[in-house]
Design a protein around this ligand. Sequence first.
Ligand SMILES: C[S@@+](CC[C@H](N)C(=O)[O-])C[C@H]1O[C@@H](n2cnc3c(N)ncnc32)[C@H](O)[C@@H]1O
Length: 453
Amino acid sequence: MEQNVENIRAPPKSLLQSDDLYQYILETSVYPREPEFLKELRHVTASHPRAMMATAPDAGQLMAMLLNLVNAKKTVEVGVFTGYSLLLTALTIPEDGKIIAIDVNRETFEIGLPIIKKAGVADKIDFIESEALPVLDQLLQNHENEGSFDFAFVDADKVSYRNYHERLMKLLKVNGLVVYDNTLRRGFVAMPEALVPEHRKQDREISIEFNKFLAADPRIQISHASLGDGITIYKFAARTLSEEMEQNAKKVPSPSKGILQSEDLYQYILETSVYPREPDVLKELRHVTASHPRAIWATAPDAGQLMAMLKLQIIAIDVNRETFEIGLPVIKKAGVADKIDFIESEALPVLDQQLHNHGNEGSFDFAFVDADKVNYWNYHERLLKLLKVDGLVVYDNTLRRGFVAMPEALVPEHRKKDIELTIEFNKFLAADPRIQISHASLGDGIIICRRLY
Ligand SMILES: C[S@@+](CC[C@H](N)C(=O)[O-])C[C@H]1O[C@@H](n2cnc3c(N)ncnc32)[C@H](O)[C@@H]1O
């Protein structure tokens, strides 16, 4: 096949619709909360000719949240480079935590090492200069290591990912996590082959195959998140998903939320990693919602997939019972209606009422907020009281299809006030010391907050 050379693309810097949107996330939610030592390591790495290899700070922020959520103590990292993800892990795990860090190249690790030492976390790290595979095999020879790791991060030679995966499946605990980096290859995985530069073709092919392989692995739950260069998070679920997954192969398209660099890239994530694993009843619910004039309101399936990885408990509030009733038959059919207490009301008085009963304080594990933006501040204050320490609240639509990062002149008049509210709320959350956050560019943008105290 003849190739149109002019069409070949330089790798885009981010997966998102614009660099401005990516910078917005970094500058609003990530950099203001990035620990000083990590910032220093990022600066020291910036002048390295391969600085692009470092794990993206927004992906790092989600990783820190995940490390906390599984109370990770014993971890393994494959691919250290100058140590951004390594230092982040070391800063996040407890005093007695341990990281086995493997890289074929000690030289780049030594670029970051003085900062790791200055941060006082070098003792948590056992750096091994080696090919990763023999080290993982050696770990497995000691049977005590089997099922003993809480967390693994893999960011090295893609051609070995399958081999790493098999070893990591054995090393990790049930409910442990493994995160694979660079799963979206700057978007090339979703581009026609003719547009991909020759030297990236093989690499792209390997990632496409690996993404499919993981999506079909029944031993794990996954969330394919479009952060950084794409990260895939695998939670080791105790139950087997294969039958469910076979049934779920049918496609029901979802309205695009459009914050990524192309519609194709978004569809790639949905079709490769999300739809094949979406429970049938959720698919059906999406289907019955599709014809609703406000179908776009539905939470995006990729954001939903990440939420499922987190924990859920439900008191559902909406001012409109009618729309709830569209989905209710499907909810009943799924046999989960008993878990839901639907309240048709403005949310604020309901939250206040919950707080009147002091037994409810600090008793909730999870909250999801996807309603009137003007009240987000009010919801937040109530929810921080209702949530347990370590409980999560997820806010939806934090990127407003990218409008939050556009010059005001480009924002349609009727959306200006709404967008302004979101910009303010995002800043407010970034500055709230009571929570840890991860601003994830999934769906229409979500911010995951963990109550710290
Ligand atoms: C993308 S970089 C890792 C970036 C790092 N996570 C960070 O935050 O900066 C990939 C690293 O994998 C290492 N590597 C490549 N092949 C490897 C192998 N077979 N075993 C172990 N490390 C390998 C490279 O030396 C390189 O430092």
